[in-house]
Design a protein around this ligand. Structure first.
Ligand code: FPP
Length: 252
């Protein structure tokens, strides 16, 4: 703990990423390494969710987006899907009072109407209870995939064009960004993936165009504040050029 306090001083509070997005991977392997059920890995993963949410809020991150259940995850064995759904609903119900106390606002991204009704209800209750919060914005991606989101946006824009509400010639990057479910949220500055795989798996493909990517072999249940700090410190060492030259960036 003392070590963490010391290392926190390495972090420049004026250059924190405004938005951190995380692909939480490795729950299953964490369980298998301990000869336990995959469900134990997911349950342990929830502890990482609460820990990282709390720490993000404490250090002043404004947006945290978690890939909790992808569109492709519906293809997992039904028992695992059911278990994850129950876990998500139960966690939200349990954590909502704490989120309110910590001024954390929940947003939902994804095709949430595919979730079981009781889980939807818990999520909407959580969204409602935290609607007034002004601290950390916590985006939970549930039944989310980027291709689903972009396809939906294209369909909506096409329908608006057919109705004459927009001129196709006027569609620009801003129009597209405004049609995505992240319309009110700045693009991620930092995308972290745990669990050792180095891919983005259909997550925020439009929004991560200029994000810094950080891959760690640490499995999600083991992702503690110290590993998170490693990622944040690494992020602060990088030079973000957005297509410009290093000299231009330094001159700014
Ligand atoms: C990936 O590990 C993890 C998931 C598909 C689920 C993550 C969900 C949670 C931790 C619960 C989130 C709850 C809330 C309320 C946000 P994996 O199963 O793919 O691991 P593996 O690659 O080792 O098999």
């Amino acid at each position: 703990m003392e070590d963490l306090e010391k290392r926190l001083k390495e972090l420049d509070p004026t250059r924190l990423p405004q938005h951190v997005a995380i692909i939480m991977d490795g729950n299953g392997r964490w369980a298998r390494m301990r000869s336990r059920e995959r469900s134990d890995g997911h349950a342990e993963g929830v502890n990482s969710v609460t820990r990282i949410t709390r720490f993000s809020s404490d250090i002043g991150i404004k947006y945290l987006t978690l890939y909790a259940f992808s569109t492709e995850n519906w293809n997992r064995p039904q028992a695992e899907v059911d278990m994850l759904m129950n876990l998500i609903g139960w966690t939200i119900r349990r954590e909502t009072p704490d989120l309110v106390a910590n001024n954390v606002k929940i947003h939902l991204l994804g095709e949430t109407d595919r979730l079981p009704e009781d889980v939807q209800q818990s999520l909407y209750d959580g969204v409602k209870a935290t609607a007034h919060c002004t601290g950390l914005n916590l985006q939970l991606c549930l039944s989310y995939s980027s291709r689903w989101e972009i396809t939906r946006a294209v369909r909506e824009l096409a329908e608006k064009a057919m109705r004459g509400e927009i001129n196709p010639d006027r569609i620009d990057e801003h129009t597209v960004a405004e049609s995505l479910s992240t319309r009110d949220i700045p693009d991620p500055d930092l995308l972290i993936r745990t669990g050792g795989e180095e891919r983005v798996s259909n997550f925020l493909l439009w929004q991560i165009a200029y994000s810094e990517l950080y891959f760690t072999p640490v499995l999600w249940p083991d992702f503690d504040n110290s590993v998170y700090l490693d990622a944040l410190i690494d992020y602060q060492r990088r030079e973000r050029r957005f297509g410009k030259t290093s000299d231009q960036v330094k001159a700014e």
